[in-house]
Design a protein around this ligand. Structure first.
Ligand SMILES: [Zn+2]
Length: 305
């Protein structure tokens, strides 16, 4: 039952998870990097292409199936519009977590009479996260010790303000706090790596990817790109050289031959033989007449047969 009273241990664990989920968002700049991914049209189109590949054989239970491009938000909308909707949902989600955590801290403050840390100035992501983090630590461990405490004097033991406060309040108030703790944990987890939703003005519910989901999908796309073989032309090189186990870069003017083979063929009407290719290995000069005659004779024989 989700609305049974939580134990002091469960409350502390849940709030620590909220803190961990929120701190993850700014660890390694995850939030910022995810926003960059949303704004990267190359990665976005790659992700869309992959999604179309999967239609018909979707794997359920895959964490990043939750619409990594936010495509359902607006199938015809530009990447910027999609990114905007996703970022707004993320920010709203973070605001909800901050509101829950603030409500719990206010309750603790009212009951204990101990002043809670002031919220961080600003509406940015980091301000929200810092505010929540400080409130959670204050509720679980009590106010931080004064910094001017001289060395050698033992710090006061942590004061678990939350459980102290909840010991002294009625069931209704406890239930309210528990619901807020659960709410904060649920939304923080969803924002980090769970399921998010957006409701369009016409009442359609669409899936929104979590921050982790966006980063995970982008990593997959980038890893895939990194292992893709280089374009064939570069790998193959001159087809005539390749016949003799040699490599020569393709001519800028030919899809099949290198400059040497291409020029030779234009001038003599036949492809350079193995002897000529071997000659070029040692001398970058035009092949001697003997080799040219031999090549032409071979060409004739081939035509005759
Ligand atoms: Zn060649």
């Amino acid at each position: 039952m989700t609305d049974s009273p939580m134990s002091p241990h469960e409350r502390a664990m849940a709030l620590q998870r909220v803190n961990a989920d929120l701190l993850w968002l700014i660890l390694d700049d995850n939030w910022t990097r995810a926003r960059t991914v949303l704004g990267n049209s190359e990665i976005q189109s790659e992700l869309r292409a992959q999604r179309y590949d999967h239609i018909g054989g979707r794997s359920s239970g895959d964490i990043d199936y939750a619409d990594p491009t936010g495509e359902a938000v607006a199938r015809t909308a530009s990447d910027e519009v999609r990114a905007g909707v996703i970022e707004r949902v993320w920010y709203d989600e973070l605001t909800i977590v901050t509101e829950f955590v603030t409500f719990i801290a206010e309750t603790v403050e009212t009951i204990t009479g101990i002043e809670r840390p002031a919220p961080r100035f600003g509406l940015g992501t980091r301000s929200h996260i810092a505010t929540c983090s400080e409130l959670v630590l204050w509720m679980l461990d009590g106010p931080p010790p004064p910094p001017e405490l001289p060395l050698g004097i033992p710090h006061a033991a942590p004061v678990p303000l939350l459980s102290t406060a909840l010991d002294g309040c009625d069931h209704e108030q406890q239930a309210e706090v528990d619901a807020s703790i659960r709410g904060a944990a649920e939304h923080a987890q969803a924002l980090r790596s769970g399921k998010l939703y957006h409701h369009t003005p016409d009442g359609v519910q669409v899936a929104i990817p979590s921050v982790h989901s966006v980063l995970h999908s982008a990593r997959k796309v980038l890893a895939q790109k990194a292992t893709e073989p280089a374009p064939k032309q570069k790998a193959v090189g001159c087809r005539n050289h390749a016949r003799f186990g040699q490599h020569a870069d393709l001519s800028a003017d030919s899809a099949s031959w290198c400059d040497q083979c291409r020029n030779f063929r234009r001038r003599e009407g036949v492809m350079p033989t193995e002897a000529i290719v071997r000659h070029w290995e040692i001398h970058p000069t035009y092949p001697p007449p003997g080799l040219i005659l031999e090549a032409k004779a071979k060409g004739k024989r081939r035509k005759a047969s």
